[in-house]
Design a protein around this ligand. Structure first.
Ligand code: CP
Length: 303
């Protein structure tokens, strides 16, 4: 048994194993797992991509989905997260996917025996999003070592930034951060795009996470876009083979100019598609009783 909780649990070899297996699934198709598994998706925060993508991966793997709606569950009566998951485990559910507003919520789940797949923990981590971003970058370039990646936007509130910075640096990419001072957190940031945009291979914009802000932004949307967003002028300065990423949902006109919605460098929907293969790969590798750290994709390639 293992879990998918944070990119901290991966080393370079583990990351490549899961990317290679996702690539195999994309090429050959996701097959139903032998045996019967029940899985439940517990989303305590809104989601379109992560929830549906896990659900599609689960259906393709032949898993039976046990519906869970937080708004109509006993969590509204004070049931703890541990009790909810322990109850599902007692009912025979074999794995859970959890998105929760609390950073490192999974630390409350000590003693839970079934695998937990983290669909995002507050401002903590979003490992499946990071893996699908890495998969998308690998498809594009084939390597990570020496790639210039710029992550720009609401860094201190972004679990995607935390996960991707961790993973990309492990893989040898040069990662730079562009961000307003007030959202820089522990990151060493640049306050603008000068001398950055022209060198970047990957420009990754982050959503402005108003729901996690205690205070109102000190600039207007237009001011933010002009200083920190990907404007049409900046996009025109990018290298020929560079790509634009964003975990989405996108505030068009804020993080990325509205005129770029169909820009050929954009890889937002390719990344969404890749999410199904990454999530299926992670679920298969863990549900088949192994350890995602130790299992090699070649072992699966031989199935
Ligand atoms: N990228 C992402 O996590 O999107 P959702 O919030 O729609 O799941």
């Amino acid at each position: 048994m293992d879990n998918l909780l944070t990119m901290k649990q991966f080393n370079e070899e583990n990351i490549m194993e899961i990317l290679n297996y996702a690539e195999y699934l994309k090429r050959h198709g996701i097959r139903e797992l032998p045996g019967k598994y029940l899985v439940s998706n517990l989303f305590f925060e809104p989601s379109t991509r992560t929830k549906l993508s896990f659900e599609i991966a689960e259906r393709k793997l032949g898993l039976e989905i046990i519906q869970f709606d937080p708004g109509h569950s006993s969590t509204t009566k004070g049931e703890t997260l541990f009790d909810t998951v322990k109850t599902l485990e007692a009912l025979g559910v074999n794995a859970v996917v959890i998105r929760h507003p609390e950073k490192e919520y999974y630390k409350q789940l000590e003693g839970i025996k079934i695998p937990v797949f983290n669909g995002g923990d507050g401002t903590g981590q979003h490992p499946s999003q990071s893996l699908l971003d890495l998969f998308t970058i690998k498809e594009e370039f084939g390597y990570f070592q020496g790639l210039n990646v710029v992550i720009a936007g609401d860094l201190s509130h972004s679990r995607v930034a935390a996960s991707n910075a961790e993973a990309l640096q492990k893989l040898g990419a040069n990662v730079q951060f562009v961000c307003p001072d007030e959202w820089s957190g522990d990151y060493e940031t640049l306050s603008g795009w000068d001398n950055v945009i022209e060198q970047a291979d990957v420009v990754m914009l982050l959503r402005v996470q108003h729901e996690r802000h205690d205070e109102k932004m000190s600039f207007t949307k237009d001011q933010y876009h002009a200083q920190y967003g990907l404007t049409a002028d900046r996009a025109a300065m990018m290298k020929e083979n560079a790509i634009i990423m964003h975990p989405a949902p996108i505030n068009w006109g804020v993080e990325i100019a509205e005129s770029l919605t169909t820009h050929p460098k954009l890889r937002v929907y390719e990344a969404v598609e890749n999410g199904v293969y990454i999530r299926a790969a992670a679920m298969e590798m863990i549900l088949r009783g192994g350890n995602v750290h130790a299992q090699a994709a070649p072992k699966y390639l031989a199935i």
